[in-house]
Write a protein that binds this ligand. Structure first.
Ligand code: PBG
Length: 334
């Protein structure tokens, strides 16, 4: 900061905004394609391939077509994807055991994508909700309460299966206590010491996930139930720091804040408090809002998206998971 406050007319902040060259020179934050992670939905059969009504432009891809789709994404400069499965309802169960089937959809998708795109970073979601008949992220007791410790055992098995298939990063998004530590231990014991853990450390019980739940088909299963006994209360901020501290101490390599735009204050606090990479998830509901407003002609999509992504970086995010990744990559290269 300047020692003595300079006032008008000595100081005219508009001088630094007058021309593009100087705006470019003094810009504090930048956005690059390499900062973006593209979330994708994978489904078992080409017959199951569909667009997602609440997420225009996003599709549930079968493996062959996902491979084709990602060829274009890689050409655009996308360097990492997060894989989310749409599981056949016949394979869903009360305990979500399909999550750790080593021949399941996710391990097969990982193995295939790793083979096709050896340099593409593959991130897999560790959580039971796509696999449970009730749509919760964990195993429930008779009263519907999500049981922590047996869920964590299942998550560790799921993470191992993903690592064995070749995932670079496993990303627990479930918010059970102690899962990062158990996953880290399981990975180390089985020789996966280079598999990274991206923990969804500060994940809130948010209404902005509903298009995603449509996409993976957990919305109907979940019905009127919510996830407030494990995901965080949107009113809390100090608690996010406790969550992040625990996950780092348990062995998380990177932490995530989710949702994104309504939680930029949390990203900033986490980044200022901890010296770890912080990612942000620009979630499905945020995407849906921009798409709907742009479609109605109320906002300019490109400018609003690029401004929002830059805002994540300004808040302190090192990387951003966003369904806008492909469009943004296109806009940034042309
Ligand atoms: C579930 C999971 C969710 C998202 C990512 N992983 C939904 C939820 O917690 O109910 C949401 C992503 C999005 O809304 O884009 N483990």
């Amino acid at each position: 900061m300047t020692g003595k406050l300079q006032v008008f007319p000595q100081t005219r902040l508009r001088r630094l905004r007058r021309a593009p060259f100087i705006r470019d020179l003094v810009r504090e934050t930048s956005l690059d394609i390499k900062d973006l992670i593209y979330p994708v939905f994978v489904v078992e059969t080409p017959a199951g391939e569909t667009d997602i009504a609440s997420m225009p432009g996003i599709r549930r891809w079968s493996l062959d077509n996902l491979t084709r789709h990602l060829t274009g994404a890689v050409e655009l400069g996308i360097s990492a994807v997060a894989i989310f499965p749409v599981i056949d309802p016949a394979l869903k169960s009360v305990d979500g055991r399909e999550a750790f089937n080593s021949k399941g959809l996710v391990p097969r998708a990982v193995a295939r994508l790793k083979k096709e795109f050896p340099d593409l970073g593959l991130i897999t979601d560790v959580a039971l909700d796509p696999y449970t008949s009730h749509g919760q992220d964990g195993i429930v007791d008779d009263s519907g309460y999500i049981l922590n410790d047996i869920t964590v055992d299942a998550l560790a098995r799921q993470a191992l299966v993903q690592a064995e298939a070749g995932a670079d990063i496993v990303a627990p998004s479930d918010m059970m206590d102690g899962r990062v530590g158990l996953i880290r231990r399981a990975l180390e014991e089985r020789g996966h010491s280079n598999t990274m853990i991206l923990s969804y450390a500060a994940k809130y019980a948010s209404a902005f996930y509903s298009p995603f739940r449509d996409a993976v088909g957990s919305a109907a299963a979940l019905g009127k139930a919510d996830k407030k006994t494990y995901q965080m209360d949107p009113a809390n901020s100090d608690e996010a720091l406790r969550e992040v501290a625990l996950d780092i101490s348990e062995g998380a390599d990177m932490v995530m804040v989710k949702p994104g735009l309504p939680y930029l204050d949390i990203i900033r606090r986490v980044k200022e408090t901890f010296d770890v990479p912080v990612l942000a998830y620009n979630v499905s509901g945020e995407y849906a809002m921009v798409k709907a407003a742009a479609h109605a002609g109320f906002i300019d999509e490109k400018s609003c998206v690029l401004e929002s992504l830059l805002a994540f970086r300004r808040a302190g995010a090192d990387g951003i998971l966003t369904y806008h990744a492909l469009d943004a990559a296109r806009w940034m290269t042309t």
